[in-house]
Design a protein around this ligand. Structure first.
Ligand SMILES: [Zn+2]
Length: 372
């Protein structure tokens, strides 16, 4: 498996050059990005047949991949490239030519999309077979065919095995773009057949604003009483529920803007509109679940800070330095075992939220068990 780590599309070492194929020499001084890597491959007409984009944020991966698709089909790409000269990192089409418009509205006949569906958010056999069938037809516009799969980690085993066969023997002139925020859930056999671009964070812990707010209110409420009782726990739960619903609202708004439904295309037929609506609600659910797990993760990191202090482990950087003084005082109220139980409790919460359990109930149970 070949992996290129791309720090939020910030410059990376020149080793990324190897992705383009045919570049024997790696220039150490050269700094490049995922956009540059793909831009260069496009210019040379040497695209790999499958790219796996991994990272923490599905919307970052989706936005990036859509730019790449526009760049792939754009009619003015050549002129744009000539204008900007070599080495540009802008990986996008003009957004205005007929090809770009078809891509933006989701109507391009050679671009095929596959996403998780239904309440279980799975990519199942039937849509996968349909997706493969469509890719096996000749390209309408006579150029590349593109198969885009969001959250490939949600593909069930049966579908993944069917897709793997296509990936092993791809139809001619076909490029696959696969996205995942949970690389550990993707089959190794799929990973090994792709060029992988990883969009890493900057190595710091970045929690959603909502998550920081929740941790802040946890600290405040705990400090206000000698021991966090049931009543305080329920008040805290209210803050968590409000925070999560705010988060969902933000995601809905952002996702709607990215959907072809917001392109204002009045000619969209009902069937297509229904399809986009299903896709939209599925992306909202994916992104919400991802962000929610980061909110819980923030609480886990806070509880880890607490456990570190309680166990007297020194030398580890706290995740929430701004609360460190409070953590030191709160740590005195619980035993080491309780600090550990807190960690196990929220780990379990993460695990069961992956299943289809009722969210509010699961969160309530975890907060009621919290020792603080
Ligand atoms: Zn264009």
């Amino acid at each position: 498996m070949e992996t290129w780590w791309v720090d939020n599309l910030l410059p990376l070492g020149g080793m990324a050059d190897r992705i383009c194929g045919g570049m024997a020499q790696v220039r150490n001084a050269e700094r490049t990005t995922a956009a540059e890597i793909l831009d260069r491959s496009l210019r040379r007409g040497r695209l790999g047949h499958a790219y796996l984009l991994s990272g923490d944020e599905l919307h970052t991966l989706e936005d990036f991949s859509k730019g790449f698709i526009r760049a792939l089909y754009c009619e003015r790409r050549k002129e744009m490239a000539a204008d900007s000269g070599a080495g540009t990192a802008a990986l996008d089409g003009c957004g205005e030519c007929p090809q770009c418009r078809k891509v933006v509205s989701g109507n391009h006949p050679d671009v095929h999309y596959l996403r998780p569906e239904s309440k279980l958010r799975q990519i199942r056999m039937e849509p996968t077979q349909e997706f493969i069938r469509r890719l096996q037809t000749t390209a309408y516009e006579g150029r590349y065919k593109l198969g885009w799969i969001s959250s490939i980690d949600r593909m069930n085993t049966q579908a993944a095995n069917a897709f793997l066969k296509t990936l092993e023997e791809p139809p001619p002139k076909t490029v696959f773009i696969l996205l995942t925020t949970e690389i550990e859930r993707v089959l190794d056999t799929i990973i090994s057949r792709c060029l992988r671009l990883h969009f890493a964070g900057n190595g710091e812990l970045v929690f959603p604003t909502v998550a920081r707010g929740i941790v802040g209110s946890l600290v405040k409420r705990a400090l206000a009483v000698p021991k966090l009782g049931v009543l305080e726990k329920y008040r805290l739960l209210d803050a968590v529920v409000a925070g999560l619903s705010e988060l969902r609202g933000e995601i809905e708004e952002a996702m709607l803007l990215r959907s072809p439904l917001s392109s204002g295309d009045k000619d969209l037929d009902t069937g297509l509109r229904d399809k986009y609506e299903v896709e939209l609600s599925s992306s909202i659910e994916s992104e919400y679940r991802l962000q929610r797990s980061r909110v819980i993760l923030a609480i886990q990191w806070f509880l880890r800070d607490l456990w570190l202090v309680r166990s007297g482990i020194i030398g580890s950087t706290p995740a929430f330095p701004e609360h460190q003084a409070s953590v030191e005082s709160l740590a005195q109220r619980i035993s080491v075992d309780q600090a550990l139980a807190n960690l196990a409790n929220f780990e379990e919460l993460q695990r069961i939220l992956h299943t289809n359990v009722q969210e509010s109930l699961a969160i309530e149970v975890s907060f009621l068990k919290l020792h603080l």
